[in-house]
Design a protein around this ligand. Sequence first.
Ligand code: PAF
Length: 287
Amino acid sequence: MNDIARKQDQGLVVLRTISDLRAWRERLRAAGKTLAMVPTMGALHDGHLELVRQGFEKADAVLASIFVNPTQFAPHEDLDAYPRTWDADLEKLTALGTQAIFYPSVSEMYPDGFVTNVSVGGVSGPLEGAHRPGHFDGVATVVSKLLLMALPDAALFGEKDWQQLQVIKRMTADLNIPVEICGVPIVRDENGLALSSRNAYLSAEQYKIACALNKTLFAMAEKIRAGQDHETVQRWGVNEIEQAGFDKIDYLEIRDAASLSMPCDKALRILVAAKLGKARLIDNVAV
Ligand code: PAF
């Protein structure tokens, strides 16, 4: 018996096609049950598992999707190298009692002739949007497809991808997709490093450097709360991260938390992306 058949036997359903997903969703609805969806690209770590746990707080059943979405990677990015850990992912989702996994092929999601693009203005523009042109179009396109296929009551996304979360909130509001978008706080390891599938690229030496990222952000938030001006704090943060040994800082910015525009009087967020060897790490903290 292959992995997929064995897990189906244990009650976790692996759905490979959109029509199977829709039929499964219909049966759940007919049984009067609500659904939370956790879209992922696999290589699941405790941050993803926390989304599933929170999903069970929100709804009767949890559907996870695993799809390494090619349209959100630029040609020079790590699509081929992106970690794929199907067996381990299946074990983790089974252990949590996840009811179903949607695990489509690329041709199921993007059949021949596919040309539609969902592009979210405003909040997609700066930071990640400026450094990874087209990335958020790929995210918005695939997430809108997933939400429209599954029509969950709630969908959960990690706050580590803070800007992505704001883009998805904007997109579902603008397109009137009837789903509650829930952000789940970042899960950090014992040294404060935000869990990420890309942490797998770090050597032991690089891991120590990577931990400077979160320490710098938390220290910056303290300084702003203590009344220091944003420019001074931003310069201090850049210097700290450079001194720690990162290869390149793509951005380190203090922004409005919801619109990601330059700071105003409302809630602020500090966001960073920095490169270290093969890894490009992102993190953010609230002020
Ligand atoms: O955050 C991710 O893993 C991806 O960007 C998502 C939301 C699953 C879309 O492919």
